[in-house]
Design a protein around this ligand. Structure first.
Ligand code: IMP
Ligand code: MG
Length: 187
């Protein structure tokens, strides 16, 4: 296991105040768009849990929440094509207005898989809110319905996002700037 790089050495891409302000805007849009419904927010563990906790507290209409856990196989930081649900939903989504909550949309493989699997359970609607969007890396033809920030192709950590399971607890989104460390991240 690689020793963690000190968090304070990592430059900030998005600070906590900026993230909070943007989440308030996303929540306002969601509250407006789902005004006559009760959206069912499905958080994708573990990366999305910090975002989801802040998002729901800015939502002003009734909503319900559930979580699922995904294992994606590959080199650890680059998602492979193989995705598997390791913790399934607790309640049925049939007839529900499902809003999948993701930390980051990268190649789109995870959401593409979720669209297929969750779509098979006949939700009334199925949309995606992603805090971050690395649009330039997209392989699958998917997009988020609500996006916090479009970011460049850098490896980001913090605010729920990890490298080697670490850095999830950082309040800001930071990135790995050093080219010589990129092989560590499989880029
Ligand atoms: P996708 O299936 O390629 O869209 O990958 C989405 C998942 O890859 C995210 O939910 C993250 O878990 C992970 N991921 C992609 N880029 C990053 C990053 O820059 N930092 C941390 N995790 C990432
Ligand atoms: Mg994730």
């Amino acid at each position: 296991m690689t020793a963690p790089l000190p968090a304070t050495d990592l430059p900030i891409l998005l600070d906590a105040a900026r993230i909070d302000a943007r989440i308030a805007e996303l929540a306002a849009a969601i509250s407006r768009d789902y005004a006559d419904r009760t959206p069912h927010l499905v958080g994708v563990l573990k990366g999305a849990w910090v975002f989801m906790a802040d998002l729901v507290r800015h939502i002003s209409i009734h909503c319900t929440v559930d979580f699922l856990s995904i294992q994606s196989y590959g080199s650890g930081t680059v998602s492979s094509g193989e995705v598997q649900i390791t913790k399934d939903l607790d309640v049925s989504i049939e007839g529900r207005d499902v809003l999948v909550v993701e930390d980051i949309l990268d190649t789109g493989r995870t959401f593409s898989y979720l669209q297929e699997v969750l779509g098979a359970h006949d939700p009334a609607s199925l949309k995606l809110v992603a805090l971050l969007d690395k649009r330039s890396r997209r392989i699958m033809p998917v997009q988020a319905d609500y996006v916090g920030f479009e970011i460049p192709d850098v490896f980001v950590v913090g605010y729920g996002l990890d490298y080697d399971q670490k850095y999830r607890n950082l309040a800001d989104v930071r990135y790995i700037p050093w080219p010589q460390t990129l092989p560590l991240f499989g880029q």
